[in-house]
Design a protein around this ligand. Sequence first.
Ligand code: NAD
Length: 259
Amino acid sequence: MDLGISGKWALVCAASKGLGYGCALSLAREGANLVVNARTAATLNEAAKRIADETGVEVRPVACDITTESGRAEALAAAPQVDILVNNAGGPPPGDFRNFTRDDWIRAVDANMLTPIELIKATVDAMIERRFGRIVNITSSAVKAPIDILGLSNGARSGLTGFVAGIARKTVAHNVTINNLLPGVFDTDRVRDTVAAAAKAAGISEEEAARRRVQSVPAGRLGDPLEFGQACAYLCSAQAGYVTGQNFLIDGGAYPGTF
Ligand code: NAD
């Protein structure tokens, strides 16, 4: 199926690796030009070149911290226009909520709630004027099924989800949709690091820790960032103009509820 986004411009945040990279690559394979962002220039430039070489689209890398005002301004300035916005940033650290300080909370809310809101604010009116816009926020399965040690993530991302639920019903009349993608456990550096840490804490091998990690996933495996990216590409497609305000869980069946 042709997703109808060839020649559009997408800003994909936190996209040198992992889920952001999967989204960027999938959009590029559909012909969308990209501005990709991450903090480390070397890794980002390499990722941008890989995508451009494979797909032939224009890919502009912008190395900056997307959670800062100057970083967001740089990323936005690199795109001639933003037709598609994929919001993403690193997730907050785990821990016991008793140990989280006010600064920890401010950092989490800044990265995982206010940064996407600022980027939506900066792009949505021009999308409305052009009568096309697709905004996808990468959140977490923890929004639907909170994970006790991820209190910072549960809280900050639920705030974003509530905000999006309100405005997504306003923008859709102008063919501008806003949806959230909720990853379960995907095979990314972040998850590999947590598996390594769990192995160390339990005194077991990393293979054993990985086996235990997928035990709670009915699919029996970790998700592939590219299958996540393909779902993102669908939500950004011309065909998805009637889908807005949704929370799309991609977790290999891990969430056990009917709805
Ligand atoms: P990852 O560590 O594999 O990749 C993170 C990417 O974000 C990298 O490109 C990194 O350079 C970039 N990045 C991080 N902070 C940034 C910042 N402030 N500014 C710009 N770029 C930044 O991580 P991932 O597994 O792809 O996770 C992406 C998001 O999804 C995170 O918020 C994570 O908490 C969330 N998430 C991931 C999973 C999973 O299974 N991988 C599950 C639930 C939620």
